[in-house]
Ligand binder design. Structure first.
Ligand SMILES: [Zn+2]
Length: 316
């Protein structure tokens, strides 16, 4: 009898332990699909999923980065809301116990900035281009609704949206952990306020949404495909050796040039010819993009891209 009681107690303890492990923050962070990749020195990339926003990834279907200093961590992009910011913080805690003291927003998409409030509450500086802040304010409501639909919960979790108090027009220089960092907003790209983040001493480049790897980029309503091509070309002149795109695995500028720059040029050429031939908008799917059908999400995204480039090029 005693023996059976002891066995039952043992079983119960085991069950509770397994449940505790499954529900621990570490397991939770793992399930959001983020993986950390060491780049060089104190510089790391956090690579997110390449599919859509979901209940599991909390809207963090994008890449992030961080630089570990002596007393704090600089974070590139704050995640798609409060839960999403916490998931990024948990991921960074696997590498360092230091607090996140500086946050850069590379653009206006939800996963670039809606986590600002979470980190600002903990005392972090937040930096973004003026154009990104304007875009964030303009689209916050739509972005929050989109995230509620995609993730099944309110992304802000009772915090108010928070845009960067430290803003700049085109260039911002700062130093973190003894490393000089340049943030450059060259013009509109995927969103109106996109910036890249470059570390010259290490030749490491975080492109934000200016470069997409592995998956098809999205031309959305606020994208400017003409300016995007020019911004990418300017960025590609940097002597970067390790490049972390906004989406997709760690890469280099020539591969990303094929998957972002070449695609945009090809798409604009195809849509331009379609317009020259008085193509009807209903036939926009006839614009041939099949040279890029190897990119993830091609089927779902390519037709919409052609449509939005058409809408822009009509006015050029
Ligand atoms: Zn993005």
């Amino acid at each position: 009898m005693h023996n059976l009681y002891r066995k039952l107690c043992g079983l119960l303890t085991l069950t509770v332990t397994v449940l505790a492990v499954l529900m621990s923050p570490l397991a939770l962070a793992a399930s959001t699909g983020l993986t950390t990749e060491h780049i060089e020195g104190g510089v790391y990339a956090i690579i997110g999923e390449t599919g859509n926003r979901s209940e599991q990834n909390l809207g963090n279907n994008a890449n992030f980065g961080f630089i570990v200093g002596d007393t704090g961590v600089l974070l590139i992009d704050s995640g798609a809301g409060t839960h999403a910011a916490k998931a990024i913080e948990d991921k960074i805690l696997e590498t360092t116990p230091l607090p996140i003291t500086v946050v850069i927003n590379t653009g206006g998409q939800d996963h670039r900035w809606l986590g600002n409030a979470y980190f600002a509450k903990k005392g972090a500086r937040i930096i973004a281009s003026n154009a990104a802040v304007a875009d964030q304010n303009a689209r916050a409501g739509d972005q929050i609704q989109g995230l509620i639909n995609a993730t099944g919960q309110h992304p802000m979790n009772n915090l108010d949206i928070f845009t960067a108090p430290e803003t700049f027009e085109t260039t911002y220089q700062l130093s973190h952990a003894g490393v000089d960092i340049t943030i450059q907003h060259q013009g509109a790209a995927h969103t109106p306020g996109d910036s890249w983040v470059y570390i010259p001493a290490l030749k490491i480049l975080f492109t934000g949404d200016i470069a997409y790897g592995d998956r098809m980029l999205g031309v959305i309503e606020v994208s400017d495909s003409q300016s995007w091509v020019e911004v990418f070309a300017a960025m590609a002149r940097l002597p970067a050796q390790k490049v972390i795109p906004g989406h997709g695995g760690v890469s280099n500028i020539s591969t990303l040039g094929e998957q972002t720059y070449n695609y945009l040029v090809h798409l604009r050429q195809g849509v331009g010819e379609f317009l020259d031939n008085d193509g009807d908008l209903a036939d926009i799917r006839k614009v041939d993009q099949s040279a890029f059908d190897y990119l993830l999400n091609y089927e779902g995204i390519a037709p919409g891209n052609a449509l939005r480039v058409y809408e822009q090029m009509e006015w050029e």
